[in-house]
Design a protein around this ligand. Structure first.
Ligand code: PLP
Length: 402
């Protein structure tokens, strides 16, 4: 919303990388009378959700659904599998990796960081080297973010799995998929991930307040001996109750109504189409940024994110001032910048229930706002993006006609 009290017409451009706009169909599903969470109608709903969410993580193992934001599911992954003093290998990809590490410290674990300059994702070779050095196999888990939302850098999860195997290391493998799930291809089983942490408010197109742990057999086995204290997060209680279609406590009934429909919508579109749509948005945004003569925070194409692009501000221009100006004049929200880069970039989220027109509108606003803010840039970013999108649509159309 614009910051003055006058009414602002039209839809707000919510271009933050989550929470994302919730589709009307999901809103209507949530806006439904409360049902008995110990009754048969609820059990049917819960079973559909517990089964459906597996197809999103691409797993045949259980997925635990928490009434909590993603931070809760981070904690659940750690406390269910690890014991006080356990060493954990993490990669400093940005703000969210830093927060997960801080949490591990708070819980009495011994996390260690592979450093980066926040402008790339996790390098599998660096992980392999760190694991090879751990001759006594003391590292109990490797934690990586599939998509570092704070920087717009993604990490190659399948390659990291191979790196762990190449090092012959038995550590568990935990992946945060909070800003990639249901937007970027993700394969919990095939990629040998032990705990995948997910959240509702991004690719899953739901409001914030629900999160997930997809678990492997190895993670479940580890949970039998893990000594960190847990109660609310306990997988055991959840799995026992989930088996009969219920939860150990009052679940977020109406969020489950929304999840049920969101999963249905993702499959109606087709997951591969969802992923291709996000890749198209990301490439269009990057082409616009390049045409403006600006840089993306992600400095190596290998790590480009398909859900969020961070745009570096030229020297002497502040990202937060730019965000405020764009909000005030054009009713758009961008993502903020963090840590050592505070003020140095702004982020364009391009994920969830959005389309080419909305992304182009956001880019048009951005180009106008850059002019208005006096940020040095070249014209033609929007043109570059729309040329790319038109060409991306022409490709399949031509192929279908042939
Ligand atoms: C990659 C990633 N991990 C973790 C979190 C924390 O999740 P939440 O804010 O839902 O607790 C976020 C939030 O945006 C995130 O983007």
């Amino acid at each position: 919303m614009a910051q003055n009290s006058a009414r602002v017409a039209g839809r707000h451009f919510l271009q933050i990388p989550g929470p994302t706009p919730v589709p009307d169909r999901v809103l209507r599903a949530i806006d439904t009378p409360i049902i008995d969470h110990r009754g048969p109608e609820f059990a049917r709903l819960a079973r559909r959700c517990l089964e459906g969410i597996k197809s999103i993580f691409k797993t045949s193992n259980p997925v635990i659904i928490y009434t909590a934001t993603g931070t809760g599911a981070w904690e659940a992954a750690l406390v269910n599998t690890l014991s006080p003093g356990d060493r954990v290998l993490m990669v400093e990809t940005g703000q969210f990796a830093t927060l997960w590490k801080k949490m591990a410290e708070n819980l009495g674990l011994k996390p260690e960081f592979i450093k980066t300059d926040w402008r790339v994702g996790a390098d599998p070779r660096a992980i392999e080297a760190a694991l090879r050095e751990d001759k006594n196999k003391e590292i109990k888990a490797v934690c990586v973010l599939h998509n570092e939302t704070s920087t717009g850098c993604a990490s190659p999860i399948a390659e990291i799995r191979k790196a762990i195997d190449a090092a012959g290391h038995p550590a568990l493998f935990f992946v945060d998929t909070i800003s990639s799930l249901a937007s970027t291809d993700y394969r919990h089983d095939e990629w040998g991930v032990d705990v995948s942490v997910g959240g509702a408010q991004k690719g899953l197109m739901l409001p914030p307040g629900m999160s997930f742990n997809a678990v492997s057999d190895k993670a479940l086995a580890a949970s039998k001996h893990a000594k960190l204290p847990k109660s609310f997060w306990s997988w055991e209680d959840m799995l026992n109750m989930n088996r009969v279609g219920f939860f150990p406590y009052t679940p977020a009934t109406n969020m489950l109504q929304g999840l049920d429909v969101a999963i249905e919508m993702l499959h109606e579109e087709g997951l591969d189409n969802v992923f291709a749509r996000h890749e198209r948005f990301a490439e269009a945004v990057r082409r616009a940024v390049r045409a403006w003569g600006l840089e993306t925070m992600c400095r190596d194409p290998k790590y480009y994110s398909s859900t969020v692009t961070a745009v570096m501000m030229p020297q002497g221009h502040d990202g937060d001032a730019f965000r405020s100006l764009a909000l005030e004049h054009f009713n758009i929200s961008y993502g903020a910048s963090f840590g050592p880069y505070a003020g140095k970039y702004f982020r364009i989220g391009h994920l969830g229930d959005t389309n080419d027109g909305t992304i182009l509108g956001a880019l048009a606003i951005t180009e106008m706002a850059l002019s208005l803010a006096g940020v040095p840039h070249k014209k033609g970013g929007v043109q570059a993006a729309l040329d790319y999108i038109a060409q991306a649509h022409a490709g399949p159309a031509r192929a279908a006609a042939e």
